[in-house]
Design a protein around this ligand. Sequence first.
Ligand code: FES
Length: 331
Amino acid sequence: MQAIKNQQTLRVRVSEASHPASGVRMLRLQSETGQPLPTFTPGAHIGVSVHLNGRQDWRQYSLIELAYGAGSTAAPQSYLIAIRLDERGRGGSRFMHEALSVGDIIDITAPRNDFPLRDTGKRVFLVAGGIGVTPLATMAAACRFHGREVKMVYAGRDRAGMALIDELHTLLGERLTVHTDKEVGAPIDIQALFDQFDGDDDIHICGPTPLLDAILAEAQRRNWARAKLNFELFAAPAAATADSAFDVVLACGNRTLHVPADKSILDVLVEAGCDPLFDCKRGECGVCATTVIEGEIDHRDYVLTERERATSKVMYPCVSRSKSAVLVLDV
Ligand code: FES
């Protein structure tokens, strides 16, 4: 499987590995040649090549830098990433946890930023869920370095599984609020969270699907424009249990491909030897946009608004599926 077209790839060496929290592995990746690595900005991610059942695939991980400034993100000597083990995932996190050792050489893509820290000068409000803390930790460090007002809410099931809590306490002090379901006895109260936002805040959110969906639903209930929230999903959306199989017809080549319940259209296209563009595989970046000529789209992306979904003929095949037995794609 290819990384996104035209994206530069690099060889790096795993120079350090640690477990900063239960189920989380942190890896430091160093340039193989000793040359500085490409510059990145807060919110950026890299693609990492993983090998699953003899096949190459790519996973995206946000870059962490808590000692922001002094050249730490401009021509850095290494990149730091953290990976939560997903027992029910497709194997990428297991590869990162179990197959990689210190000293291994791996391929990565150069940093890319689809989730930049907005530069409005207003207070930055960061909402992190679980391992979604990684891009936000770098943003928090950047805000502190630049003297920008910042507040962070970091939510998770329990402290033992939440990476970077101590480091963020040191960095942010009272600007950090930690919520754990275990201590409170319930998930974070989304309405109370919204009540903490100032109307002018630059709000950045990164977390799992349930957190993001709950926040987007509350924003809609309050008639907030989607653009007011800058967000990133940290994991591929889980397949719905009721997913079913369907066929896609590729209009150009007049080919029909079967999409089983447990695979995305994008993965089926790649396996069939097509060469689609993609990046996040989470329905966020919009890179895999594909026009549908016929059929009923089951939209599952975070690119289109509800209104756009009602009229759009564009779908994002990394996550979206079909409500009809057949979808005809302009591919
Ligand atoms: S690859 Fe990013 S939206 Fe599909």
